[in-house]
Design a protein around this ligand. Structure first.
Ligand SMILES: *Cc1c(COP(=O)(O)O)cnc(C)c1O
Length: 479
């Protein structure tokens, strides 16, 4: 492809992208295709000879979009959002055009220095104290892995990477029963083992469903008495299922007292901390040793962009730098090699999309979206709570709540679960909106979160009208 063709097709791709975004509201949110439908349209073997670009582009247009679930759809209320605001997408195109590999400062000084600035912009935006620095990782899963490795190495006096784990007492990590699966996976990969991840149940009296600090202390003491090695705590703020949040101040004080590392997973809720009025949710955050939140969820930058804040970058670098770079003065001489702050060596230019996003909307513009989402979620939860035959199962945490259909008629718990599964399937097949479920106290509930960048109050109303219409058409006796 020569320069002129590259230019021409890039324009075509830009046109396609703008049309795609403009037409989303008319599309079903979740792809209606059956498994294998897309694969059946892709040749099983790669072409030996070059194909005309016209054909490649036409196949893309014909085959791919019907097989997409539209995460940028204004009625996407499943999981958590994965927003990609247009200014950030443009930055992503520019970053792709340069395709730099930012492992070292010198492999692209702009990549590293803009990243340092953007992490600090984010730090200020969410109200963290000046002591925190950080890095942009690909995902929260990777960030939590980095944190678990760091807490392991501190607890093992930096011997784990060298000697392996067999010669040491069992390393123990504490978290909430609501913690994301990435915490368990980090323990697998770090060689700690899922059995050494102590999952504490939420405190019965805590409306936020946080862990009980006393139960945590008791678990730590029991482990010490048994000769095990407590290493750290992974706390959650706005956990994935129904938004559980741990009491960070109490956990931070325990971590200080017990000499444990405290990592906070605020992957989704962290974006809302740009609004000062929501910061009560992570009261005590300044006691954390590290924090993760994903600007690629609610804030508006496309995948992948996970902000990893650390109080002491030396512990992270000492854990992950393959050369003894920890003997140098990280950051203080102005040079940071970010490959020493992460698992992989090579890394993309992630800061550019943050720079474009934050400047194009201003923090005020981004706050406005999040405030709207939180308000609309509260209003919808109130509507659902007042609707005969429906009940709220977990109250709104920011813009996330859960509900279920519960028509009169004394259905058994199992029949209610089955009815709600049928409702969920029918709603998602209908295509007006897309919702997901979770289990709360063993029962199936339907999650609703408002987070797409382009959602309007009418989108929320349309989704709710579709849910009630479909629910009233279901016969409750079945399943
Ligand atoms: C989404 C989420 C994760 C995982 O995020 P990735 O960036 O996809 O790895 C972890 N923790 C919480 C609380 C989440 O909501």
């Amino acid at each position: 492809m020569d320069t002129e063709e590259f230019r021409q097709w890039s324009h075509r791709a830009a046109d396609w992208s703008a049309d795609y975004r403009a037409g989303l509201r008319a599309q079903p949110v979740r792809s209606p295709l059956r498994p294998g439908a897309i694969a059946a349209r892709i040749p099983a073997a790669p072409p030996e000879r070059a194909e005309p670009f016209e054909e490649i582009f036409a196949d893309f247009e014909n085959i791919v979009p019907p097989g997409m679930t539209h995460w940028q759809h204004p009625r996407f209320f499943a999981y958590f959002p994965s927003n990609a605001a247009p200014p950030a997408l443009i930055a992503e195109q520019l970053a792709a055009a340069m395709s730099a590999q930012g492992m070292l400062w010198q492999t692209s000084p702009a990549l590293t220095e803009l990243e340092q600035r953007m992490v600090d912009w984010l730090r200020q935006a969410v109200g963290l104290p000046a002591g925190f620095s950080g890095v942009l990782q690909d995902t929260a899963s990777t960030t939590t892995l980095c944190a678990v490795l760091t807490m392991r190495e501190i607890a093992l006096a930096w011997a784990g990477n060298r000697k392996g784990l067999a010669v040491h007492p069992q390393v123990r990590i504490y978290t909430s029963a609501h913690a994301h699966s990435s915490v368990e996976k980090a323990c697998w990969i770090a060689g700690i083992g899922a059995d050494n991840l102590v999952r504490l149940p939420p405190h019965a009296g805590d409306a936020r469903m946080g862990v009980d600090p006393e139960a945590l202390e008791a678990a730590i003491s029991a482990d010490r008495r048994a000769g095990m090695l407590p290493a750290g705590i992974v706390a959650c703020v706005g956990a994935t299922s129904v938004g559980a949040s741990d009491p960070l101040r109490a956990l931070g004080e325990i971590a200080r007292r017990e000499n444990l590392y405290l990592h906070v997973d605020a992957a989704w809720a962290g974006s809302a901390m740009i609004c000062p009025e929501f910061r009560g949710l992570w009261d005590g955050i300044e006691l954390a040793d590290s924090i993760v939140f994903n600007p690629h969820k609610w804030l508006g930058v496309p995948m992948e962009c996970s902000a990893h804040f650390v109080r002491d970058p030396d512990t992270l670098v000492r854990t992950l730098a393959i050369q003894p770079e920890y003997l140098k003065t990280h950051g203080r001489d102005g040079i940071v090699n970010f490959s020493e702050w992460s698992v992989q060596l090579g890394r993309r230019f992630r800061a550019l999309k943050l720079w474009f996003l934050i400047r194009a909307y201003g923090l005020d513009g981004l706050r406005q979206r999040i405030r709207d989402h939180v308000r609309w979620a509260g209003e919808l939860a109130a509507t659902i709570g007042a609707e005969p035959g429906f009940e709220i199962c977990s109250p709104p945490v920011l813009s996330l709540f859960s509900f279920r259909y519960h028509p009169a008629g004394g259905l058994s718990p199992e029949a209610l679960d089955a009815l709600n599964q049928r409702l969920l399937d029918a709603v998602n097949d209908d295509g007006t909106t897309y919702l997901t479920s979770t289990r709360l106290d063993g029962r199936l509930v339907i999650r609703f979160q408002i987070g797409p960048f382009d959602t309007t109050p009418e989108d929320v109303d349309d989704a709710w009208r579709a849910i009630t219409r479909i629910a009233r058409a279901l016969s409750p006796v079945s399943g």
